[in-house]
Design a protein around this ligand. Structure first.
Ligand SMILES: NC(=O)c1ccc[n+]([C@@H]2O[C@H](COP(=O)([O-])OP(=O)(O)OC[C@H]3O[C@@H](n4cnc5c(N)ncnc54)[C@H](O)[C@@H]3O)[C@@H](O)[C@H]2O)c1
Length: 353
């Protein structure tokens, strides 16, 4: 009989509820506790999911009392590092954190450093890596179905940090995980938004060149896009357009006009099942998780390098040496204010995803 793990949630809002199918599908997960500063949020989730878990309003008290093996954190972005530290201090074996990693590059690096040093498995929820369509596209690309990959077009909803992380992660997964080599970026600050407590631009665009020579042009934000959300991969023998969730919009192989990829049935719940199952598998085998912090760092560094490019008004080579979020530093210094007279706003719930 396989081992079971004491699992707890920290943060029981909208996103946490979407993780419920993941823990329910894995018999190794025994959800023992839910922590949320709003007791009602944890109690509602407990009732709806039928966990019968203990409810806490203080995650440190929960960690102390329940000694969980696995934590799923679904918190606003600035809380990701401090709560991860608390989990590690309490001896948690695996933390499945929501994306994006953190508001600054220094905090992202710190999370990775602690995870490596303390040997705590740490993942970030780029769950669409488990989408069947994305897995198929990765396989087709690896088999050379579209020839040698030359270029990608990336499309993401606003903003670079919150949604861009999914798109850059998708591109990295299609491009054999080759890290970025240099980037050049621009942001539209005619409006400023604040999602999950981090201020950001309303649109961004630019270029990412990867170490393997593939280049990716991107648009983050919603105006006049010629594709929804996802990645168009251009190869020497054809191309494929894939939505975030792995839905293949178009796939063309130039010298085989009749060829079409198989039709795939998939659900968002399936992606969340993959998130938990793969993490627990890797906890048991020691293998690198599909959503490892090492992979998340590659997407995060692209984002912070793009902000650095905005600050320097120059192309930026990776690895970057700054540790802040250059966009936030510019904003705090007043440098962006002149470009957004009277139009800055803090987005409320309706503005957040
Ligand atoms: N992977 C995805 O596709 C995806 C989609 C949506 C959101 N997210 C991410 O999920 C994260 C959370 O988003 P959400 O929509 O669930 O937010 P939310 O506001 O619905 O939920 C956050 C919950 O955390 C609780 N909380 C705040 N401080 C706490 C603390 N110190 N201890 C315990 N609980 C605390 C709040 O009371 C709230 O219930 C964000 O980082 C966001 O980027 C990811």
């Amino acid at each position: 009989m396989s081992k079971t793990y004491r699992v707890a949630f920290i943060g029981c809002g909208r996103r946490a509820k979407q993780h419920v199918p993941g823990v329910k599908a894995d018999a190794r997960c025994n959800v023992v506790a839910l922590a949320d500063v709003k007791r009602e949020a944890a109690e509602t989730m407990n009732t709806e999911a039928g966990f019968g878990a203990a409810v806490y309003t203080d995650h440190r008290a929960m960690l102390e009392k329940e000694r969980p093996d696995v934590i799923i954190t679904c918190l606003w972005t600035p809380l990701h590092l401090p709560v991860f530290k608390d989990c590690v201090a309490a001896g948690v074996k695996a933390v499945l954190s929501e994306k994006p990693m953190a508001p600054t590059w220094g905090e992202c690096l710190e999370m990775g450093r602690i995870a490596d040093e303390k040997k705590c498995l740490l993942t970030f929820c780029h769950q669409r890596r488990f989408a069947k369509g994305n897995q198929l596209v990765r396989k087709l690309i690896a088999e050379g179905r579209f020839g040698a990959i030359q270029r990608m077009d990336l499309y993401s909803p606003k903003n670079l940090l919150d949604c861009g992380t999914h798109t850059f992660d998708q591109a990295l997964s299609f491009n054999g995980e080759s890290p970025a080599k240099w980037v050049l970026g621009a942001v539209d600050t005619s409006q400023l938004i604040k999602w999950f407590d981090v201020s950001a631009e309303v649109m961004a665009t630019g270029l990412v060149v990867f170490q393997n020579g593939v280049r990716a042009y991107f648009q983050v934000g919603d105006l006049d896009k010629d594709m929804g959300t996802g990645v168009r991969v251009h190869g020497s023998e054809g191309f494929v357009e894939v939505e975030w969730d792995g839905q293949i919009r178009r796939a063309v192989v130039y010298n085989e006009p009749q060829w079409a990829p198989p039709v795939i049935e998939d659900t968002p719940e399936n992606h969340m099942v993959g998130v938990v199952r793969n993490a627990i598998d890797c906890l048991e085998t020691g293998a690198e998780p599909e959503l490892s912090h090492r992979k998340a760092l590659r997407a995060a560094e692209i984002i912070f390098a793009l902000y650095e490019s905005v600050r320097r008004r120059a192309r930026v080579e990776l690895p970057i040496t700054s540790r802040d979020n250059a966009f936030l530093t510019l904003l705090e210094s007043g440098a962006l204010r002149g470009q957004a007279p009277n139009r800055q706003y803090s987005a409320g719930a309706a503005e957040r995803r």
